[in-house]
Ligand binder design. Structure first.
Ligand code: IMP
Length: 193
């Protein structure tokens, strides 16, 4: 994709997310620059709503173009829990707690979902979503990545056992980021980052 290097501000305190988006952006001449700021996360039923409210809050503060990302783990047999509450559940129950909740459950199907909001002053945020299907492992495996990675089984490995480039080949964040990049490329005549 032959367009000039652009810098995209990414408002987050999650270094793991930054490393992943940096690597994905690099392949398309997009430089991701982290801005460490905690925007308020509203309690809402969907990641899209959480991202949209975070975006509208942050745009008042930064008054320039940036992205934010909200993500979560949706476990089918737990009716999509923890979903939009993933950050809180990770902090409180952690991987151990999820494994305990799942100890007698046969259906272990789960989805990771990522929502990226591209935000510009005076515009509605543009939302890009990506997901990946996997299973909740029987035990935590691997030390790579962050959050629920060690308990999210994709094929025969957990995300915690994959190098970043391997996870970046299949992840929910990759799917959302590629949609964002496609959007930027399609709008490059009218859109400057
Ligand atoms: P938030 O997007 O900051 O609300 O946080 C979502 C939470 O979901 C994180 O704290 C992680 O625990 C979890 N999560 C989101 N994406 C991933 C991922 O790619 N790997 C592992 N855990 C994730």
């Amino acid at each position: 994709m032959g367009f000039n290097v652009r810098t995209l501000l990414f408002i987050t305190r999650n270094e793991g997310k930054v490393r992943e988006l940096e690597e994905l952006g690099r392949a398309h001449d997009i430089v991701i620059k982290q801005v460490g700021y905690d925007y308020p996360e509203v309690q809402a039923d969907t990641l899209e709503e959480v991202a949209r409210w975070g975006a509208l809050h942050a745009i008042e503060i930064f008054k320039r173009t940036f992205i934010i990302e909200d993500s979560g783990l949706f476990v089918e047999s737990l009716d999509g829990f923890p979903g939009p509450y993933s950050a809180y559940v990770y902090k409180t129950l952690g991987n151990k707690g999820i494994l305990k909740l799942m100890s007698r459950i046969k259906n272990r199907r789960a989805i990771f979902k990522s929502v990226i909001a591209l935000c510009e002053p005076s515009h509605e945020p543009v939302i890009f979503t990506g997901s990946v299907e996997g299973e909740i492992a029987k035990k935590a495996m691997g030390k790579e990545g962050f959050g629920f990675d060690p308990i999210f089984l994709y094929d025969d490995k957990t995300f915690g056992e994959m190098r970043r480039d391997e996870k970046n080949m299949v992840s929910h964040r990759r799917a959302a980021m590629l949609k964002l990049i496609r959007w930027i490329v399609e709008h490059k005549d009218v859109y400057t980052i």
